[in-house]
Write a protein that binds this ligand. Structure first.
Ligand SMILES: Nc1nc2c(ncn2[C@@H]2O[C@H](COP(=O)(O)OP(=O)(O)OP(=O)(O)O)[C@@H](O)[C@H]2O)c(=O)[nH]1
Ligand SMILES: [Mg+2]
Length: 301
């Protein structure tokens, strides 16, 4: 394990990949890895990208990654896709590689199936591994339903929501609550018809934040520099730096709650009082709502 940690700290890609798999599978060794690297992390910045299938997330991320790389950032890209690796677009790695971004940009997909909150926990730890390995900007593509996107938006410093003029995106966006989670909104595919109309609709929807709505074409490399500049500026703002604190606090809170829940459940199931209560409810001597409330009040003292 210490070899693996040393490999991560040296920036060795095989060590990084192995460590990420361990963390993503929630393997017991995860704890040792995080223990070994935590103090070496320097608070890498994270930007999440979300938007409907085929809106151009991967293409745009590839363009931005190159742009950030040329500004001197050490960039890594992660795609979170718990459903299926095959969606409307190409796989993230393939698409970004097709654009021949620098070899120095690390690309990786995560599966993170399983427990509730598992995705953000896995993501935070993967970011730590990349951070300890020397990457200072992590771009995260989320592919999935609304709930996943909301969960990811809580685990990254900045969320970019991408819209596609080819589809009925504005209505879907409202339904999925996407107009609430974004720090920046991007109308991609500005080379296609309908982009300006969609730009106006989204600008209206997000109200006062009009300046944070961008139009670009990832395909034609239009508007990428402007978007990069806006992201650099946002990342330096106090609000986004302090978000790191609240992310950490939420993570800690979740972990405490998980631990407490597991330990309590074990204790409760074994208790005589709980058994008695179950039979009382079955015999209709007490109704479940009151039974639960009294029981909870009794054990939390
Ligand atoms: N016309 C046009 N097409 C684009 C643009 N950006 C991406 N595309 C195309 O849109 C399709 C989907 O692009 P992806 O980057 O794979 O989209 P995605 O959002 O990552 O897709 P999923 O990961 O499947 O959700 C591809 O055929 C791209 O070439 C753009 O700015 N203009
Ligand atoms: Mg994609």
């Amino acid at each position: 394990m210490s070899d693996l940690v040393a490999g991560i700290l040296k920036g060795d890609k095989r060590s990084i990949s192995r460590a990420i798999s361990i963390v993503d599978n929630n393997d017991p060794d995860s704890v040792k890895i995080i223990h070994g690297i935590f103090k070496k992390t320097k608070n890498a910045k994270t930007i999440g990208f979300t938007g409907s299938a085929g809106s151009g997330k991967s293409t745009l991320i590839g363009r931005l990654a190159s742009e950030f790389h040329s500004l001197g950032y050490k960039v890594a890209i992660i795609a979170v896709d718990p459903s299926s690796p095959i969606t409307g677009g190409a796989l993230l790695g393939d698409r970004v590689r097709m654009m021949s971004v620098s070899d120095e940009i690390y690309i990786r997909s995560l599966a993170s199936r399983g427990a509730e909150g598992g995705i953000s926990r896995s993501l935070r730890n993967v970011v730590r591994i990349l951070d300890a390995a020397g990457y200072n900007l992590i771009l995260v593509e989320s592919v999935g339903a609304g709930q996943l996107e909301i969960e990811i938006s809580k685990a990254v410093n900045i969320t970019v929501v991408i819209f596609n003029p080819q589809t009925g995106d504005s209505i879907q966006a409202i339904k999925a609550g996407l107009t609430e989670i974004g720090d920046i909104y991007v109308i991609n595919k500005s080379d296609l018809e309908g982009a300006t109309i969609l730009y106006n609709i989204i600008s209206d929807l997000v109200g006062n934040h009009k300046k944070l709505v961008f139009k670009c074409s990832a395909k034609l490399k239009k508007g990428i520099k402007e978007l990069t500049r806006a992201l650099v500026k946002l990342l330096a703002e106090e609000k986004y730096l302090s978000r790191e604190k609240s992310i950490l606090e939420n993570e800690l809170k979740d972990m405490i709650l998980n631990e407490v829940k597991e330990k309590f459940i074990e204790k409760i199931m074994k208790s005589e009082e709980y058994r008695k209560l179950v039979s009382k409810v079955i015999k209709k001597e007490v109704e479940p709502y009151n039974a639960a409330l009294n029981f909870a009040n009794k054990i939390i003292v």
